[in-house]
Ligand binder design. Structure first.
Ligand SMILES: Nc1ncnc2c1ncn2[C@@H]1O[C@H](COP(=O)(O)OP(=O)(O)O)[C@@H](O)[C@H]1O
Ligand SMILES: [Mg+2]
Length: 567
């Protein structure tokens, strides 16, 4: 008897329960309502989108657009399940040009709120409206409204109290602002307007994407660097902040693929690879990267909330974006003559040094993209004041006192020089080949990466189970230094703290560090001058190869403040 009862557990869900669960997949909170409504407005070719919210969107969301609108018949089925004007058959999603295609958003919103839609398709001024509650049509009729659509969503989740109780207006407002910001970056050609509890909080005029970016992040206006690259299949463009400003979160980085906001891991990987030697570990630049590829390379049908898409050519995109960024942020790796185009010392009177102090960020001096006009060089007027704490060079320039961590600056200088010659690493044969012992696992790793070792200048052969014989090493080594580096490289490879393709870079960083002036050493004045000049001319990024900043400045005004002087 018991057994029979136990088998009888599966029941068909009442349709209302099932529908509420399903609606929850698309509509999780007020910001997802806004995401879906904005998507619909943009699909309807709206140029102006107004959003008003009350009680963090839980009480009320009102969105109106000036898009194509819906006729009476379309309006009356728009809130029903799986009704869409955007695709007709499954294959259409692989040629998709719209944000929506499932026909699920309005029906999901309709089931968990009180909804009013007013829409007009022409300039007649006469619009149709419908009022729906819990998915059921309550009323319909005619009212006045210019071309476009208004949607009012009230009492969200009134019939799903568990979910409603979970929402807090303060948190929802934050998410809504972020959602609108993402949409605004995605569609700079559209103007956005937001009112919270009747107060206007955001007004973004239609712009091009670069202007939109600075409209959204006015503080970073001077720090953004643009980049672009085009091939017949892929286009990438974007702006990213210079490496001297960085954040301990990646949430200021936005990625768009075919105007869809996405957060694919591989794109974070690209940014990490490009910036690993420019900013400290665990910190990120801010910016927006826009990618355009054929819709046939994308499967958007991965998740109802549209946060994910499947990209069918990830590797190709990785390389493409990587090179686009590399050209701008590591120009010295291209060709030596590119150095001549790197921006020289910036504006003279209003230097970036002062801007830095306003923001209390690290010094905002850095090289910029190679597309900047060449300026006069060698005319920088500074006074070298000596070294302090056996660690910092001090110089006076304009109204600023400059401190340069000489080890870190020298390390960067040497690293850049080594990198520019690293295409073909010169090797030197050892007079007597050297036998080195390793663990079995390490030997396996070394043999797997033999080609990479060869490329960076180490050639060797296996000797028994635990040894290798090294025959030649990179030419820059003095007699014995190579042995420690070689062993370290193998250990780091084995412990996976470095990827095989980064071995060369790791080696260059070590060599750069080894050959640099160490803190505590005396820097001869001529060397100090050379270093200061190159730093001021922005010959290289202003962080060490591990991402530490090496320059700090204090303005005369700042100093005076400590003495309660006005200047
Ligand atoms: N703001 C709008 N302007 C014009 N038509 C709209 C608007 N919002 C929704 N629609 C229409 O309602 C349909 C259903 O919307 P939705 O449920 O979001 O599904 P989807 O966007 O996936 O098609 C859309 O296909 C579109 O035809
Ligand atoms: Mg939609």
């Amino acid at each position: 008897m018991k057994r029979i009862k136990a088998m009888n557990k599966i029941k068909k869900l009442p349709i209302e329960v099932y529908e509420k669960i399903k609606a929850g997949e698309v509509i999780e909170d007020p910001s997802s309502v806004i995401r879906e409504l904005i998507d619909n407005s943009i699909d309807a070719k709206a140029k102006n989108i107004h959003v008003e919210i009350e009680e963090g969107g839980i009480g009320k969301i009102l969105l109106s657009d000036d898009g194509e609108g819906m006729g009476k018949e379309d309006l009356e089925i728009s809130y029903q399940q799986h009704t869409t004007s955007k695709i007709e058959k499954f294959e259409d999603i692989f040629a998709l040009q719209t944000n929506g295609f499932r026909g699920e958003a309005l029906s999901s919103i309709a089931r968990v709120s009180q909804l009013k839609i007013v829409s007009c398709t022409d300039e007649s001024g006469g619009a149709n409206y419908i009022v729906i509650e819990g998915g059921k049509l309550l009323k319909s009729g005619i009212e006045a409204r210019p071309k476009g659509t208004s949607i009012e969503v009230s009492s969200l989740f009134y019939n799903v109290p568990v979910r409603r109780n979970f929402l807090s207006p303060v948190k929802e407002i934050k998410k809504i602002k972020e959602e609108i910001l993402v949409k605004a970056l995605c569609h700079p050609e559209v103007s956005f307007y937001l009112k919270i509890n009747k107060n206007p909080v955001l007004s973004l005029a239609a712009a091009d994407w670069e202007d939109r970016m600075t409209e959204v992040f006015p503080d970073q206006k001077d720090n953004f660097i643009s980049f672009a690259r085009k091939s017949p299949d892929i286009t990438v463009k974007g702006v990213i902040t210079e490496p001297h400003v960085s954040w301990n979160t990646s949430s200021h980085l936005y990625f768009f693929i075919n105007n869809r906001a996405v957060r694919p891991r591989f794109l974070y990987g690209v940014v990490n690879s490009v910036f690993s030697s420019l900013i400290p570990k665990g910190r990120y630049p801010a910016g927006a990267i826009y990618l355009y590829i054929s819709p046939s390379h994308i499967d958007p049908n991965v998740h109802p909330s549209k946060k994910e898409i499947k990209i069918l050519i990830e590797d190709q995109l990785f390389r493409f974006v990587y090179h686009a960024l590399k050209e701008v942020f590591h120009p010295s790796e291209k060709k030596q003559e590119d150095l001549s185009q790197i921006k020289k010392f910036p504006e003279t009177s209003e230097t970036k040094i002062e801007k830095k102090q306003e923001k209390e960020e690290e010094l905002t001096l850095d090289f910029q993209g190679a597309d900047l006009p060449e300026e006069q060089s060698n005319s920088i007027d500074y006074k070298y004041l000596g070294t302090v704490f056996q660690t910092y060079l001090m110089a006076e320039i304009d109204d600023n006192l400059l401190f340069i961590d000489f080890h870190a600056a020298h390390e960067r200088k040497r690293y850049e020089a080594l990198k520019s010659r690293a295409d073909k690493m010169e090797t030197q044969g050892l007079l007597s080949p050297r036998i080195l012992n390793f663990s079995r696992l390490e030997i396996e790793k070394v043999s797997e990466q033999r080609d990479i070792f060869k490329e960076i200048g180490f050639s060797f052969y296996l000797f028994g189970e635990n040894s290798i014989v090294v025959e030649s090493v990179p030419a820059f080594y003095q007699v014995k230094d190579w042995e420690n580096d070689f062993k370290d490289l193998i250990h780091t490879l084995n412990s996976k703290s470095v990827e095989p393709e980064n071995l060369k870079d790791e080696l260059l960083k070590r060599e750069a560090c080894r050959g640099s002036y160490m803190s505590g050493e005396t820097v001869p004045p001529n060397e100090a001058h050379a270093l200061i000049k190159e730093v001021l001319e922005e010959r290289f990024p202003l962080t060490c190869p591990h991402g530490r900043p090496f320059i700090y400045s204090m303005s005369k005004k700042q100093l005076a403040g400590n003495f309660l002087r006005k200047s």
